[in-house]
Write a protein that binds this ligand. Structure first.
Ligand code: HEM
Length: 402
């Protein structure tokens, strides 16, 4: 059962917007959202979802306008679709605007810049090579649990520097965190107890003495000492390195293997010319955006073409729909590694554009380079899609390789 939002912020008139009772968070829509996205795109630049009492922005043009204009489409009241979760992560990088946002993004982003990541490149490449070599020699493996999970988890252990205790729960925490990003449906409600565990871990373990000295997480405490950030937001800033970095990258790698298994001719192009891998990564995340939707709160009335979004309403930005908008990408459902899809929305756009994207691309690049040198073809043996309110990917993807 899905409940509607009841907070005053969302009890606003939907003015002159087209309305729809489609449910983007039903099991069916999470498995196969493309026809529903197309229908919503056809209805208008913004569509009022009666079930959730929020606007849906699904056209490329609408999504980019919202993401660029943080003064009208605010993140400071949270980017999740329910008030409970918006309270939990208040003050982290994702959920802030203006000077507060710039300050925490500067601190979080320091080790994630392309220049800073150079020091990790060699290590990531050789770890990917060793991993892929071992898995390919097995012949059959799970592209999620055995392949895609390794590097993101290794980064949390080595670079982020969080204590060992509880690390085995992190994957579960990260996935459930994203369920809590959605509207307050059963999936989100069921995830809250697990999320509380994660918040407890962040406030009890991510403290001086328990963090690896000189690590990324330790640097947040240095920023507190210098008076650059408030001690109170430390736990949610630690979450910036864990929550958004694990399942996003894991699903992106898994989605890539799945797409290449389905489209061997595209894999062949990559194998023939591995310099195509960065473009192929863009096409993978365009086709199967690991994060399908976040939201924004309107701070003032905003005219999206002929439709007025009133101040106080919430608008869901569907990155995954924008990436498949035929107004932007011709023949959008065709996977084509030569397409040139750099303008996709999978990492967002504007001031909140993913600060971890260079790391994600570095990890994906290392994995796909190692695979391109060793695998001629992937065959899917078994796949289980993960049903998550905002993430798109697989919990299990057994493949055999030639
Ligand atoms: C393929 C992997 C990834 C995808 C698809 C992804 C997706 C996104 C998206 C769509 C946003 C924009 C949010 C918004 O519009 O409000 C975002 C922001 C963010 N991401 Fe990523 N992400 C990935 C990997 C990572 C990694 C590896 C890290 C950390 C190490 C990370 C940390 C963050 C943070 C901290 C933000 C907030 C930035 C801000 O508000 O200024 N992400 N990500």
């Amino acid at each position: 059962m899905v409940s509607t939002q009841t907070s005053p912020a969302t009890q606003v008139a939907h003015a002159n917007a087209p309305i729809s009772d489609l449910d983007p968070y039903s099991d069916e829509a999470l498995i196969e959202p493309w026809a529903m996205y197309r229908e919503l795109q056809g209805l208008g630049s913004a569509v009022w979802l009666t079930r959730y009492q929020m606007f849906a922005l699904t056209r490329y043009d609408s999504v980019i306008r919202a993401l660029k204009d943080a003064s009208a489409f605010s993140s400071a009241s949270g980017v999740m679709m329910n008030d409970e979760m918006n309270q939990v992560l208040r003050g982290n990088t994702l959920c802030s605007d203006g000077a507060d946002h710039q300050r925490s993004r500067r601190i979080i982003g320091k080790p994630l810049s392309p220049t800073a990541l150079k020091s990790l490149q060699e290590e990531i490449t050789s770890k990917a090579e060793r991993l892929v070599e071992r898995l390919v020699s097995k012949g059959t493996f799970c592209a999620i649990t055995e392949l895609a999970t390794f590097l993101p988890m290794d980064i949390v252990a080595t670079a982020v520097g969080l204590p060992q205790d509880g690390r085995e729960r992190m994957l579960l925490w990260a996935a459930q965190m994203f369920n809590c990003f959605g509207p307050l449906n059963d999936r989100a409600r069921g995830a809250f107890p697990v999320l509380r565990e994660m918040m407890h871990y962040a406030s009890s373990q991510a403290v001086r003495g328990k963090l690896k000295p000189g690590s990324w997480a330790d640097a947040i405490l240095d920023a507190v000492d210098r008076g650059e950030v408030d001690q109170a937001v430390c736990p949610v800033m630690m979450i910036d390195y864990v929550g958004p970095s694990l399942d996003t990258t894991i699903y992106a790698i898994g989605n890539g293997v799945w797409l290449f298994a389905k489209h061997p001719e595209e894999w062949q192009k990559v194998r023939e010319s591995p310099s195509r891998i960065p473009a192929a990564i863009n096409e993978i995340v365009r086709m199967e955006a690991p994060v399908q939707s976040f939201s924004r709160l309107l701070t003032r009335n905003y005219d999206m073409d002929e439709i007025t979004l009133p101040a106080g309403s919430r608008a869901i930005v569907f990155y995954g729909a924008a990436n498949r908008d035929e107004r932007k990408f011709p023949d959008p459902h065709r996977f084509d590694v030569t397409r040139g899809s750099a303008e996709h929305m999978a990492f967002g756009w504007g001031p909140h554009m993913c600060v971890g994207q260079h790391l994600a691309k570095l990890e994906m690049n290392a994995i796909f380079c190692a695979l391109a040198a060793r695998v001629e073809r992937f065959h899917i043996q078994q796949e289980t899609r993960s049903l998550n309110n905002v993430l798109r990917g697989f919990s299990k993807l057994m493949v055999s390789v030639e």
